[in-house]
Design a protein around this ligand. Structure first.
Ligand code: LLP
Length: 424
């Protein structure tokens, strides 16, 4: 069995002379010693490079970073500094973006069930766009207009009836979806008519998002074609085609680059006569492979003729994706990056259930031992952001590394943090 594929590691990961792992000039063993484990380590230059690639592919003010993938104040600032706008899918994500100093005018509010309070907060802050998801939301915006006279700029989220080839939990473009106005049954057209006649909103465009972790560029082209058919005659200024570009998680997987994705979408739109500004909302493709999670091995349990379990000091609370979606991840030892991984083990966390699995069949060097650091690459998207406090485990810190410097951007939670809302 082979060593981990170096292509899965952050751009600035390097192997030192002794075979150990550095990221952006920082020894991973030193980072673990300084910040403890588990810890999310992000290569800051990698994040910036992906932001720049996206702006290069689509243009300034055309790339709206989906903050749900990974959000903290440093990330919001970084994306905004690199010329991205921000997609916030709740009042909480908006609050973090604003606290980071990102102007509301650079934020788009999403959500299939926005509350009146979220809509009001977004309008009062002055967000750039609200992406309206339902007739009920149009009712709520009517109510807010009656109270304050506000007329937010809105896009309508259209469900194009295009199935993306991805896990069913993260496919959103098919007719049977909780999201958006269905194109097929006429709701989309009814929503456009209503929004155009409404004094409560200014309709500036259309939106779709067919799903997440999509590897096949033709799914995007198909959605663009369906949307273009609908959008061209309406001649609205904005057409946002969502996020969804997949990334390789394990050796052998391949996904289009952001640049290739841009070419597919923009070529399709040009060929279809789209005159609107074409925007996109990447999340995963910006952040996923910028980060690795570093754990410490705590137990190694061999069950003869059954399997070996290796337990680390995190688990489903810092990465629920293997349990939720059956997602695959690689793992390796930062002390021996290029070592052959000649044993197969089930990599598990420290939670009180057998479902707490990080990798069902992890390949690792046979000499893996208690106390070893273990690295899991491509954890930069939907890891920290989907973290929980199950079993009252404190969430790990986030460290940005760059040019030999390590900067703590989210500290590790403490036991006091766990009780901060517990007023009983
Ligand atoms: N725009 C909208 C409206 C979305 O709903 C999403 C993701 C994105 C953009 C960004 O998609 P991305 O480029 O990251 O694929 N928790 C799941 C992913 C859920 C994605 C939800 N929406 C996972 O861990 O795979």
């Amino acid at each position: 069995m082979t060593a981990v594929s170096l292509g899965l590691l952050p751009d600035n990961a390097t192997v030192a002379a002794d075979g150990s792992l550095d990221v952006a000039g920082c020894r991973v063993a030193d980072l673990a010693a300084e910040f403890g484990t588990p810890v999310f380590v992000y290569d800051e230059a990698h994040l910036r490079a992906r932001c720049r690639e996206a702006v290069g592919a689509f243009g300034r003010d055309r790339v709206i970073y989906a903050t749900k993938a990974f959000l903290c104040k440093a990330m919001a600032r970084l994306a905004y500094d690199e010329g991205l706008l921000l997609d916030v899918a709740s009042g909480g994500e908006l609050a973090v973006a604003l606290a980071a100093g990102v102007p509301a005018g650079a934020c788009t509010l999403h959500g299939n069930n926005k509350s009146v309070a979220e809509l009001r907060a977004a309008i009062e802050a002055g967000v750039r766009h609200i992406v309206v998801d339902s007739f009920d939301e149009l009712d709520r915006l009517d109510g807010l207009h009656a109270g304050s006279g506000a007329t937010p700029s809105v896009l309508l989220r259209i469900t194009p009836g295009v199935s993306a080839h991805t896990h069913e939990f993260i496919a959103t473009g098919q007719d049977d979806s909780k999201f958006g106005f269905n194109l097929g049954n006429g709701d989309a057209l009814r929503a456009v008519d209503r929004a155009r006649r409404s004094a409560a909103v200014e309709l500036v465009g259309l939106h779709c998002h067919i799903g997440s972790n999509v590897f096949d560029a033709s799914s995007f082209a198909k959605a663009a074609a369906v949307m273009a058919d609908f959008a061209v005659p309406l001649d609205l200024p904005e057409l946002v085609l969502g996020g969804g570009l997949g990334v390789p998680y394990v050796g052998g997987e391949e996904a289009p680059t952001i640049t290739q994705w841009g070419n597919v979408l923009l070529d399709a739109c040009a060929a279809l006569g789209v005159r609107s500004n074409v925007g996109v909302e990447p999340g995963r493709a910006i952040v996923a492979s910028a980060a690795m999670t570093i754990y410490t091995v705590g137990t190694v349990k061999h069950i003869p003729d059954v399997r070996t379990y290796i337990a680390v000091d995190g688990g489903m609370s810092d990465n629920p994706r293997p349990v939720l979606y059956g997602s695959g991840y690689e793992s390796f030892l930062p002390r021996a990056v290029t070592a052959e991984r000649d044993m197969t083990a089930r990599l598990v966390g420290k939670h009180c259930e057998s479902g707490d699995v990080l990798s069902f069949a992890a390949k690792l060097p046979g000499d893996v031992a208690v106390g070893d650091l273990l690295a899991m690459p491509v954890t930069g998207a939907y890891g920290h952001s989907m973290g929980s406090n199950y079993n009252k485990i404190t969430r790990p810190p986030v460290v940005f590394v760059r040019d030999g410097d390590a900067r703590l951007v989210v500290r590790r939670e403490t036991h006091d943090d766990l009780m901060i809302t517990d007023v009983g």
